[in-house]
Design a protein around this ligand. Structure first.
Ligand SMILES: [Zn+2]
Length: 451
């Protein structure tokens, strides 16, 4: 039995009883480099998918790429993040989108995050989005004002059910309404008109006038197009809960007359050295920053596994150092394991129980180490490879790439050892260690490990 915490019910819930599960992930807005906050959120979604697959489910995974319509303010005012970035960087939106999408996927690969089966850009589904807005207008859940078409939240009394807001509280919470034509401050844009005085790079004709889709619409469109009316899992960061996911629910449930999502899965905020990541503190760390400091991206993945996805993660360089050390240690132990074909059922059951309990990865990692240190346990190697389907630390084909120079030094050392020249042999070992490797003498001869 797999239980996953549902943000909607605020409880751990048994997952839907089906053979194929649908999984929708809110993708990035590709106007800038993705940072560690993205990395942890997408890694956790990956752990979720891998856990479902580990249990024998087939998962259909879809993700959007936001290349239009995400404005700088959540109140649907301000500039389009893509248009703004393109202007600042003096490139076209398409160039910016292509570039940051490519980097995003490279980073996912480095973190060993599985690719979604379908990825769809917001700009590639504008026609379908317009069709859905037509339905909302026909059902009288949407209205037109001078700058666009808006969703009328007062027609959808459940608005706020995911985030714990109510329509009345949302009204009181707004001090100055930036857009007085809106019927309610929480009404959100489905379609925005292009400004009359400026030409946008991305804009389309619609029955209501030239413009572009509102940010929340793309997810309702893409989810429906590729996964149907109800999806089993919807993942994202907790900052997406309101207004983004709340608005997706209002749109989709009005259009489809059906529950939109069975289980909402959210990763908590990531802090850097105890501080909130923010533009003013300039502490948006990217994977490139981490690599430039000499860290392996998989050490970051290991680090993420050490905390539960529903705790607020505090990233520290100390923590990453410890994770890198632990990962090397894991690889070293793995290299020394005997070649056995079986799987240790006892440990496998324990591991499965941990991951199926709302992805308890800290527990799962502790089981990994318990297995490694258990002198009596059999079949360690294949069992670890089996666990790695979920951990994603690339154990399966793990082999050390040993440089030629290191191999030569090891050969020389063996010669010296045979002649009992211990001092020379030790010197050669020191040289090997300077190059990032070490030698462990085993019954089968010397084995090369990571320092
Ligand atoms: Zn979304």
């Amino acid at each position: 039995m797999i239980k996953i915490y549902n943000t909607f019910s605020k409880k751990k819930e048994e997952i839907p009883k089906k053979k194929t599960l649908s999984l929708y992930t809110c993708g990035p807005t590709v106007y800038d480099y993705d940072h560690l906050g993205h990395a942890i959120s997408y890694t956790n979604a990956d752990i979720l998918r891998r856990t479902l697959e580990y249990n024998g489910y087939k998962v259909k995974h879809v993700m959007n790429i936001t290349d239009v319509g995400h404005l700088t303010s959540d109140a649907d005012t301000g500039e389009d993040k893509m248009e703004k970035s393109a202007k600042e960087k003096r490139q076209s939106i398409w160039e910016i989108a292509d570039y940051y999408t490519k980097v995003f996927f490279q980073n996912r690969k480095k973190l060993n995050i599985l690719d979604p089966h379908i990825t769809c850009k917001a700009s590639d589904c504008v026609k379908e989005t317009i069709d859905l807005i037509k339905i909302l207008i026909k059902k009288e859940y949407a209205y037109q004002i001078s700058d666009g078409i808006y969703f009328d939240v007062q027609k959808f009394p459940e608005y706020g059910k995911l985030s714990g807001n109510t329509i009345a509280e949302l009204k009181e919470g707004v001090r100055i309404e930036k857009n007085p034509e809106k019927k309610h401050p929480a009404d959100f844009a489905l379609w925005k008109f292009s400004p009359k005085d400026k030409k946008r790079q991305m804009e389309w004709d619609s029955p209501w006038g030239k413009g572009f889709p509102g940010w929340h619409m793309e997810c309702s469109t893409i989810a429906k197009k590729h996964l149907g009316k109800t999806i089993d899992f919807h993942t994202g960061g907790e900052d997406n809960i309101f207004p983004h996911h709340e608005s997706e629910i209002a749109q989709s449930e009005t259009i489809n007359n059906k529950r939109f999502v069975n289980i909402w899965f959210h990763t908590r905020h990531l802090k850097v050295e105890g501080e909130k990541m923010s533009k003013s503190l300039k502490n948006f760390l990217t994977l490139k920053d981490i690599q430039e400091k000499g860290f392996d991206p998989l050490a970051l993945r290991y680090l993420f596994l050490t905390a539960h996805y529903r705790t607020s993660f505090n990233f520290t360089e100390e923590g990453l150092k410890a994770a890198q050390k632990a990962l090397k240690n894991l690889y070293n132990h793995f290299l020394l394991l005997k070649e056995e074909k079986g799987i240790n059922k006892e440990y496998q059951e324990e591991f499965q129980k941990a991951i199926n309990n709302d992805l308890d990865m800290p527990k799962a990692l502790s089981i990994v180490w318990k297995l490694i240190k258990d002198e009596k346990a059999k079949d360690k190697k294949q069992t670890l490879i089996n666990f790695d389907q979920v951990l994603g630390l690339k154990l399966k084909n793990f082999k050390l790439e040993i440089p030629k120079e290191v191999k030569e030094l090891i050969k020389k050392r063996e010669k010296e050892r045979k002649q009992k020249n211990w001092k020379e042999a030790d010197q050669l070992r020191d040289e090997v260690e300077k190059m990032g490797f070490t030698i462990k003498d085993t019954e089968e001869g010397p084995k090369v490990l990571l320092v």
